[in-house]
Design a binder for this molecule. Sequence first.
Ligand code: 3PY
Length: 248
Amino acid sequence: MTRKLIAGNWKMNGSLADNEALLRAVLAGLPATPTADVAVCVPAPYLAQVQALCQGTALAWGAQDVSAHERGAYTGEVSAAMLRDFGCRYVIVGHSERRQYHGETDEAVAAKAQRALAAGITPIVCVGETEAQRNAGQTEAVVKRQLAAVIHTVGHCVSEIVVAYEPVWAIGTGRTATPEQAQAVHAVLRAQLRAATPSERRVRILYGGSMNAANAAALLAQPDIDGGLIGGASLKAEDFLRIVAAAA
Ligand code: 3PY
C-alpha cells in the first residue's frame, strides 16, 4: 500500500508569531515516526522560519507556487532552485486559486511541474472541475485534460509527481465531495496514470477541498485516495493532527 501524504496548504495566512505557535503545536503532537508523510506548504517569505523549526523533524515543508522559468528578469517570481535552497520537498502547482485568479493554463502548470522536478522537488499537481463543469457532466474530461498536460510535459518523470484532486466547488466553501464522488474521480486519474507509467502506484493522489478532522477518515478509506491537501484545517494544530492520525 502507498504511504499516505497529508500536506497542509496554509494559503496566504500566517505571521512569524502565529507560524511558530502552530508549528510547535504540530511538532509536539506528531509521532517521531508518523505512519503517513506529513508536510506544510507555506507562504514563500516564511520558508526560512519553517526550515529552521522543522529541520530534522518528521514534518517536511514546501511552497505553494514556483516559477516556470529557471532564473532571470521575472519580477516577483520564485524559482525552483530558490525553493530547494530552503529545503522544500514539495511545491503545489496549479491550485485552482492560481488557475482562476492568475490565469494559469494547463501548459503553464505543466511547465512549473517540470521545473520543480528538475530541481528535485516533488510537485503537487492540482486538478479539479468547477461546479458548472460538474453539472455539465464534464468532470472526467476536465481533470483528464489537466493531468494530460503534465504527463505530456514531464514524460516518464510522471512517476515522481503527486496529484491532488480538488473540486473547485469544494474549495473554501465548506462543501466536500462525498467519499464516493471523490473516489470515482481518483479512479479515473489512477487509470490515466496507469496508462502513462508502469510505476503508477508510486504516484499519490490526494483529495483536497475542505478535508477536515470530521470527514478525513471516510475520504482516506477510499482505495484510490492516498492522502489529503488540507486548507483551513491545516491552520489549527489539533485538527491537522487529527487528519494525520486518520491517515494511519
Ligand atoms: C481547501 O481545502 O480549500 C484547499 O484549497 C486545499 O488546497
